[in-house]
Design a protein around this ligand. Structure first.
Ligand code: S3P
Length: 167
């Protein structure tokens, strides 16, 4: 059985959809952000504050290599994992990379009121929208499959992914 790797912008549902796929298929759920927090022994916000984005990406890259070696897993990545081409190569070798495509307005609705994402700035929505727009083509190119999540429930999206990846 091939691994499934979920990529997409913050708030695209990687965690909840990943957990649902794991429940239905018996694959093990693996979360790159959780592994990073464990390895750094501090929350993501603190990693960014202490080591900057570059420091965060260094840990992320190491964790991606570790996760990609696992078998029979569904991996939820962080939204910026595709910034590093090596990560994309590593993840594509590990399994089916699925892009969870979600409209920016849906994302804002899901994320507003939370402050655990250093790169999602509600006070600079123009800048956040630019980050979103810049990343769209990178997600598309990184993934084997694109699935639209807006207006679909977690269960519906998970089912679509399971059907399309032939699990
Ligand atoms: C990031 C997304 C976050 C987390 C970090 C950086 C990004 O993960 O990895 O804050 O660069 O888009 P989620 O996509 O799970 O929020």
């Amino acid at each position: 059985m091939k691994n499934i790797i979920l990529v997409g912008f913050m708030g695209s549902g990687k965690t909840s959809i990943g957990r649902e796929i794991a429940n239905v298929t018996g694959l093990k759920y693996v979360d790159i952000d959780d592994m990073i927090v464990k390895e750094a022994k501090m929350p993501i916000k603190s990693i960014f504050a202490k080591r900057g984005e570059d420091g965060f990406r260094d840990i992320e890259k190491r964790v991606v290599i570790k996760a990609a070696k696992m078998k029979n897993v569904v991996i939820a990545t962080g939204g910026g994992v595709v910034k590093i081409p090596d990560n994309v190569r590593t993840l594509r070798k590990s399994g089916n990379v699925v892009y969870l495509k979600t409209g920016f307005d849906t994302i804002v609705d899901r994320i507003k009121g939370r402050d655990d994402r250093p790169l999602f700035d509600m006070n600079n929505i123009k800048g956040t929208r630019k980050l979103y727009t810049d990343r769209l083509p990178v997600y598309r190119k990184s993934a084997h499959i694109t699935v639209i999540t807006d207006k679909n429930s977690v269960k519906q999206v998970a089912k679509k992914i399971i059907d399309r990846t032939g699990l």
